[in-house]
Design a protein around this ligand. Sequence first.
Ligand code: F3S
Length: 394
Amino acid sequence: MRLTPEEKRMLSGEEGRATRKAMEILVALGEIYGAERLVPVSSVQVSGVSYKNLGDAGIEFLRELADDGRARVKTTLNPAGMDLTNWRAQGITEGFASKQLEVIDAYRRLGLEISCTCTPYLAGNEPGLGDHIAWGESSAVIYANSMLGARTNREGGPSALAASLTGRTPLYGYHLDQNRVTTMAVQVEARVKTAEDFAAMGYFVGKIAKNGLPHFSGIKQAGLEEAKELAAALASSGGVAMFHMAGVTPEAREVPKGVETVSFGPTDLEEVTAGLNDDGDPDFVSVGCPHCSLKEVATIAGLLKGRKVTREFWVCTSREVKRLSDKRGYTKVIEGSGAKIACDTCMVVAPVETMGFRVAATNSAKACHYLRNNGLRVRFLTLEKCVREATKPN
Ligand code: F3S
C-alpha cells in the first residue's frame, strides 16, 4: 500500500506508540482488502463502548492507547452500558458503573467526544455527500452511506479508533464508486407507512440481501425516523451497509439490468411482524433503537401526557436530543409519568438481562433481534402500543 511521508512517520513510531499501533491496524486492514492507499476522513464514530462488551481486556487496551494517543478528527462515541449520570435510577450496580466510567475516562483522555449515541447525525456529527468517514455502529453506517451519501465501511471498534488517531482509513469497499451500486431490487407492494413497518421490511430484506446493496422502489415517502428504523433492521438481520431508495436517497439510480428482484408484499409484512413477537406480558418497555429523534420524543410525551407508567419504561436518546427535549418541556412530561429518559445507553448495550426483566416490548426490529440474543422474550409493537403496554393497569 502506498503511504505518504506523514503516514510513514506515523508507522515508524515517530509520532508515538498509539499512533504507530493505529497505523499498523490500518495498513494490515488495507492489505487484506487490497486498498491502494489510505484516505483522510472527516469524522469517526467509535463503537465498543459498553463495559458489557469490552470487559477488562478492553479497558486495558484503551488505557494503553490513551497514554500518548489523541484523536486527530472529530470523533463521537456509541452508547455506553448505562446513563452516565442517572445510572443509579436505572438499577445499574456500583461494580458495573465504576468499570463503565473507567472506559469513558480512557476515551475522554483520547480526545473523543463523550456523545454516547448511535445517532451521531442527530447530535452534531452529520457528514455530507461524498465525505469519507470511518464509522462503527452498523445502524449509523448504513444511515450515513444511504441517506447522507457519506462513505464508510462497517468499522469495528479498533479500526474506527485507529482512524481517529491517524485521521485516515484504507480506501476500499464503500469508499469506492464501484461498490455503491445496487445488487438486489426490492419491489415494495405492501403498504409500508409507519416506522415499525419500515423496520419489519428491513428485517425481511436484510435476511435475503446479506451483505448486498438493495434498491427499494414503490415507497412514496420515508422520513428520518422511517429511514433510521429501516437502516437498523437491514444491518441486523443481514450485513447491509447501504441501500438505495428511489426518490429518497441521494445516490439512487436506475437498477442495473439482471440483478435479483424480490417483492415485499402484505403477507410478508404480516409474517415478519408476527415472527418478531414472542408470548408473554412485557415487564420492560423500551423505545429508541436507534436513539429517538426529537420528533419521536415529542410523540412519546404527547402519548404519556396525564398518564402514569406501570412498568419500567426507557426512552433511549442522545444527550443532545434530551437537551432540546428539556427546553420544550417533553422531558418533564415523560419523567412526570414515571418513565425514564435513558441517555448515553440503550436496552441492548445496558445489562438489562441481569436486571430481572423477562419480556421486553419495543418498536425496533433491531432491538428485538439483539434482546432475543441476550435471552429475553420480545414483543414488537408500534410506538403507540409500546406506550399503551407501559401504562396498562397491572
Ligand atoms: Fe443504538 Fe443500541 Fe439500537 S446502540 S441502534 S439503540 S442496539
